[in-house]
Ligand binder design. Structure first.
Ligand SMILES: Cc1cc2nc3c(=O)[nH]c(=O)nc-3n(C[C@H](O)[C@H](O)[C@H](O)COP(=O)(O)OP(=O)(O)OC[C@H]3O[C@@H](n4cnc5c(N)ncnc54)[C@H](O)[C@@H]3O)c2cc1C
Length: 400
């Protein structure tokens, strides 16, 4: 079967790219290993995604934003960074920027559902997207004239441009011979939704405690009970996560309240618990002959700076603009100069924060006495240095 563009992976990035390119005279294929039912009704996966103002804008332009119920969009007003047992916090307030909130928090499964619905609408209107679900990309290669993938069922697809949107561990990227720098932090993150006694005032916490890292992502109060609600992220060495997943809900609530030093009062588990290994990935190349990586396949961020999907949306915006312009001008959508421009722009947009995130996590997971002193000093200096805080606020709103 012949297409213009084959997107390997129907996660949020792959679906957003299909939506961004629909209606421009291109025949698009999306291959996703999950069954159709999992795309239609994506299960809660624990992730509450912090979206910048710029990402919210991109999601509006892709017609995703309006598909998410307003009460499921939680405003993120401020961010507080804490260190060790000290109550001192560096505060990045929304007042440092032009908006009444730094960004928004939205559950990943709702983003996935909105992206799928938008793709279905595009397909109904333009008839240019073919979805292959329950199919794994088993082989991928390109030549100077075309890209080809073989699906697990044996079906072969050809296209002018092949896209890897199949996660940070992208098999398609590997099949194309692209090496990646991978950093395994030897830690895992436990994520779940919890209710708690103390209000969060819509401030996120990133708390680099000794021996553990805690994050609190403020969600709107539970519409049914009015209880204060947050997404909670606990980072620990991987072997310490397993026993926490096995605790009974009441025991888990008590354990999390203890880990949060009772700062939120009593805490109650309000969702399923999910664990993710912490691995950051940066490929050496983002493009090859008739091939490009988007989403996590292009940059697999450590979630601490909450930029993974924000960068994913940037990659879609950037690549889709180049492909649409080539198509409108009657040029090859996979021309080497266009792909090189995409790679250069996306590396420039992502590489500095990727490296800064690695440095922050290295410093804030060291617990030796000199490291503790340095961690404390860095926070105090950061709090007093307004230009630095403005820069962080700009990064959180996506306006830099
Ligand atoms: C705990 C946690 C918290 C996070 N918080 C934030 C945040 O606050 N802000 C933020 O911006 N980002 C955050 N992220 C990152 C965000 O979740 C990812 O950037 C985003 O989900 C990546 O989307 P994607 O489509 O590129 O990849 P994925 O979501 O990994 O989707 C890849 C898709 O490809 C499919 N696939 C894989 N291999 C194949 C194959 N061979 N054939 C066919 N299909 C295949 C998979 O089934 C999947 O559907 C967080 C991540 C985690 C783990």
């Amino acid at each position: 079967m012949d297409f213009d563009l084959i997107i390997c992976g129907g996660g949020p990035a792959g679906l957003c790219l299909a939506r961004a390119l629909s209606g421009h005279g291109l025949r698009l294929a999306v291959v996703e290993q999950q069954p159709l039912a999992a795309l239609e009704n994506p299960a809660f996966d624990g992730r509450e995604i912090a979206l910048t103002q710029h990402s919210a804008q991109l999601m509006r332009s892709l017609d995703l934003w309006e598909r998410i119920e307003p009460h499921a969009l939680s405003p993120l007003r401020d961010a507080r960074v804490l260190n060790g047992p000290s109550p001192f916090a560096m505060v990045i307030g929304h007042a440092l920027g032009p908006h009444s909130e730094l960004g928004w928090l939205v559950s990943n499964n709702l983003i996935r559902r909105a992206a799928f619905e938008a793709v279905q609408d595009s397909q109904r209107t333009n008839g240019d997207i073919t979805l292959f679900t329950g199919e794994t990309v088993a082989q991928a290669r390109t030549s100077s004239s075309a890209g080809q993938v073989t699906l697990s069922s044996g079906v072969k697809l050809t296209g002018k441009l092949l896209i890897a949107a199949d996660s940070r561990f992208s098999a398609t990227r590997r099949a194309m011979g692209i090496a990646a720098d991978l950093h395994d932090f030897g830690r895992s993150m436990l994520v779940c939704c919890m209710t708690h006694d103390a209000p969060h005032h819509h401030a996120a916490w990133e708390w680099f405690d000794y021996g553990q890292t805690l994050a609190l992502l403020p969600m709107n109060d539970d519409p049914a009970t009015g209880a204060h609600r947050s997404s909670v992220v606990l980072t620990l060495p991987s072997h310490e996560i397993e026993p926490l997943l096995a605790l009974s809900p009441p025991a888990f609530g008590a354990e999390m309240a203890r880990r949060f030093a009772q700062r939120l009062g009593a805490m109650t588990l309000a969702s399923t618990r999910h664990a993710y290994p912490l691995v950051a990935v940066y490929p050496r190349r983002l493009v090859a002959q008739r091939f490009a990586c988007v989403g996590d396949a292009a940059v697999g961020m450590h979630p601490v700076t909450a930029h993974g999907f924000n960068f994913g949306l940037l990659s879609i915006d950037n690549l889709a603009g180049i492909v649409r312009a080539a198509q409108a001008g009657g040029r090859d959508i996979a021309a080497a100069d266009g792909l090189a421009r995409y790679e250069q722009r996306h590396r420039r947009a992502t590489r500095p924060l990727y490296l800064a995130t690695q440095a922050i996590t290295r410093l804030y997971t060291h617990d030796t006495p000199p490291a503790r002193a340095l961690r404390d000093l860095a926070l105090h200096v950061g709090e007093r240095f307004t230009p630095f805080k403005r820069m962080v606020a700009a990064s959180l709103t996506g306006s830099h």
